[in-house]
Design a protein around this ligand. Structure first.
Ligand code: PLP
Length: 388
C-alpha cells in the first residue's frame, strides 16, 4: 500500500547517505573506541569527525562543547540534573506548560523532592509573555529550561530574547531544540544559550543517539556516571554507528536547510490552505508567523482526532493527533489545553509534519482523501448534534 508519511516530528526516515555511512560500523568496524589496540582505537577519529559536524550545524565555537547521548530525553535530563547538581543551594526552576514530557515530567519529579517549579503559561497563539518570565526569576532560580520549538504545534519561542534575559540575570539557560535542529539555521556563536538538546532520529539519523551542547564555561556534572568517555562527561561505551550517523545527518541538514524553508514550507502551506478552504469548521492551532517550516496542527471541530487518524491510516497516511492515549483514557493535549483551544477543537486536532522526503504528490493525495474522511466522521459524530 502507498504510504504517505507526514509524522516527521515523531521520527524521520534514516537518510540513505546516513545508512551507507553507518554500515561499516555495524559490520567490520566494530571496535571499541576506548581500546588500546589499533582496531578499536582508530574508531575514535570517526566520533570526533561527527562531533565536528554537529558543532558545525549549530555553529558552535568548539566541537568539544558537544557530548553524545542516547536521545533527546537523555540530553534534557542531563541538562536539568547537571545544572541542579552544580548549584545545590538553588531550588527553583522555570519552564513552560507546553514542554515535552522529557522536561515536564522531570520537573514534576523534582517538585516531588522539594524543588519549586514555575510553569509559564502561553497565549492562544502558543506564545510566551516574557514579562512573566522576567518576574518569575529570583535569587533561588537555578535554571530556565524552555523549548525552542513546540513538537505539537511547531510554534517557535523567542529563544534569543529568553537567552539574553537569562544571561542578564545570571541564570543558566537550557533549550530543548529537539524539534528545531535541522529545520531552521543555528548560530550558537551569537545565541547565548548555555545548554541545548538535540536528537538524531528527528533529523534523519537513527534512533538511539542524541547530543547535548554545553557552552564552554557552563558548570557541568555528569548525569550518566561511569567510564571516562566523552571526557568524563557521559559514561557508557559510545553508540558509534549512531554517532557517525548523526554526524552525517547534520552535514546533510546543513545542505538541506534552505530546501526545508522553501520547498518543504510551501508544501506545508499548500496542505494547510487546501484543508482550511475545503473543510468547514477547521482552524490552525498556534502562531502562523513564529512556526517551524514543516509543521501544521489543524483542529477539525466536532470530530475525534483518533478517528481521523484511523481513517487516514486506512489510506496509508501517517499523521498524529495532539492527544495521547494513556491507559485506555483519552487525555487531551496539554499543549492545546494550555493555549485555551476549545474542547471541541482539541479533541479533533491533527498534526501534519513534513520532511524533505515529502512530495507534491503526497500533499495532493492527502488533500484528495481528507475532506471525505471528515465529512463521514461528522455525519456519525456524537458532537455533530451541537454543530451550528
Ligand atoms: N523534546 C522534544 C521537543 C521532542 O519532540 C522529543 C521527541 O518527540 C523529545 C524531546 C524526546 O526525544 P527522544 O525521542 O530522542 O528521546
Amino acid at each position: 500500500m502507498k504510504v504517505v508519511y507526514v509524522d516527521n516530528n515523531a521520527t524521520t526516515q534514516v537518510a540513505p547517505e546516513v545508512f551507507e555511512a553507518i554500515r561499516p560500523f555495524l559490520t567490520d568496524e566494530y571496535g571499541n573506541p576506548s581500546s588500546m589496540h589499533t582496531f578499536g582505537g582508530k574508531i575514535a577519529k570517526y566520533i570526533e569527525e561527527a562531533r565536528k559536524n554537529v558543532a558545525d550545524l549549530l555553529d558552535a565555537d568548539d566541537p568539544q562543547e558537544i557530548i553524545f547521548t542516547s536521545c533527546g530525553t537523555e540530553s534534557d535530563n542531563t541538562a536539568i540534573m547537571s545544572t541542579l547538581r552544580s548549584y545545590p543551594e538553588k531550588k527553583h526552576i522555570i519552564t513552560t506548560k507546553v514542554e515535552h514530557p522529557a522536561v515536564l515530567n522531570v520537573c514534576k519529579y523534582l517538585e516531588g523532592i522539594g524543588y519549586r517549579v514555575t510553569y509559564l503559561s502561553v497565549d492562544d497563539q502558543g506564545l510566551l509573555d516574557l514579562n512573566e518570565l522576567k518576574s518569575a526569576i529570583d535569587q533561588d532560580t537555578a535554571l530556565i529550561t524552555i523549548m525552542y520549538a513546540n513538537n505539537e504545534t511547531g510554534v517557535i519561542f523567542p529563544i534569543e530574547e529568553i537567552a539574553e534575559i537569562a544571561r542578564q540575570r545570571g541564570v543558566v539557560f537550557h533549550t530543548d531544540a529537539v524539534q528545531t535542529v535541522g529545520k531552521i539555521p543555528f548560530q550558537l556563536t551569537k545565541l547565548p544559550v548555555d545548554l541545548l538538546s538535540l536528537s538524531g532520529h528527528k533529523l534523519h539519523a537513527p534512533k538511539g543517539v542524541g547530543a547535548l551542547y554545553i557552552r564552554k564555561g557552563t558548570r557541568f556534572s555528569p548525569f550518566m556516571i561511569g567510564g571516562h568517555q566523552e571526557q568524563g562527561r557521559r559514561g557508557g561505551t559510545e553508540n558509534v554507528s549512531g554517532i557517525v550517523g548523526l554526524g552525517v545527518a547534520c552535514q546533510l541538514a546543513k545542505k538541506f536547510i534552505k530546501e526545508e524553508n522553501t520547498r518543504v514550507k510551501s508544501l506545508r502551506d499548500k496542505l494547510e490552505k487546501a484543508i482550511l478552504a475545503k473543510i468547514p469548521d477547521t482552524k490552525v492551532n498556534g502562531s502562523l508567523t513564529s512556526r517551524l517550516p514543516n509543521t501544521t496542527n489543524i483542529g477539525f471541530e466536532f470530530v475525534e482526532g483518533e478517528a481521523i487518524l484511523l481513517m487516514l491510516d486506512e489510506f496509508g497516511i501517517a499523521a498524529s493527533s495532539g492527544s495521547a492515549c494513556t491507559s485506555g483514557s483519552l487525555t487531551p493535549s496539554h499543549v492545546l489545553r494550555a493555549m485555551g483551544v476549545p474542547f471541541t477543537f482539541v479533541q479533533g486536532s491533527i498534526r501534519f509534519s513534513l520532511s524533505r522526503y515529502n512530495t507534491e504528490e503526497d500533499i495532493d493525495y492527502i488533500i484528495d482523501k481528507l475532506p471525505t474522511i471528515i465529512n463521514r466522521l461528522r455525519e456519525i459524530s456524537p458532537y455533530g448534534k451541537t454543530r451550528h
